[in-house]
Design a protein around this ligand. Structure first.
Ligand code: FE2
Ligand code: FE2
Length: 172
């Protein structure tokens, strides 16, 4: 089977900097609880992955949008893995739920627009919400290593907005 993953193309959808390794010396369940909201709460990485995957069923006529959403989804999966790993090392099981409200992730969280302009607009809003969420975590979590990781993830989310904005202007 042919491989349809192009690493050159993928590099357009993430920042070319490594993700900082976070040192966790002891359990911290309150921090794990906060991070779980970004992992599998309403405006979480889990929601981003589900939303981009859904939206991409409606971009077949727009190959540039299809490609962008396809590779952005992979970047969001990396973010999900990084957060899940952190939650686990901080002492909670990274189930698809937010421990902030003890609520399992829900299929009602993603945006279900099917019209090209509207779905790109919703994805840009999702990215802005994600950035706001990570900035909240940076204020709440007093660990410089974790803050560095959140700042690095924000850089990818900003790149996603930069990629989506011209597509929105083209197709709205
Ligand atoms: Fe993300
Ligand atoms: Fe993103």
């Amino acid at each position: 089977m042919d491989c349809d993953f192009d690493c050159r193309e993928f590099d357009r959808y993430r920042i070319d900097l490594p993700y900082p390794k976070v040192t966790v010396t002891e359990e911290n369940k309150p921090y794990a609880r906060l991070i779980s909201g970004a992992y599998a709460g309403p405006g979480s990485e889990s929601t981003a992955i589900a939303q981009y995957t859904f939206h991409n069923h409606f971009t077949e006529e727009y190959p540039d949008v299809f490609t962008a959403l396809k590779y952005i989804t992979v970047v969001e999966t990396t973010h999900l893995r990084l957060l899940g790993d952190l939650i686990k090392r901080l002492g909670l099981i990274p189930i698809y739920a937010t421990y902030e409200t003890n609520t399992y992730w829900k299929g009602s969280y993603p945006d279900y627009n099917t019209e090209i302009g509207k779905l790109i607009a919703a994805d840009m809003q999702g990215e802005r919400d994600a950035i706001a969420h990570y900035n909240r975590l940076i204020r709440q979590i007093r660990d410089e290593g974790m803050r560095e990781l959140f700042r690095r993830i924000i850089m990818d989310e900003e790149r996603h907005i930069e990629v989506l904005r011209p597509l929105y202007q083209k197709y709205r």
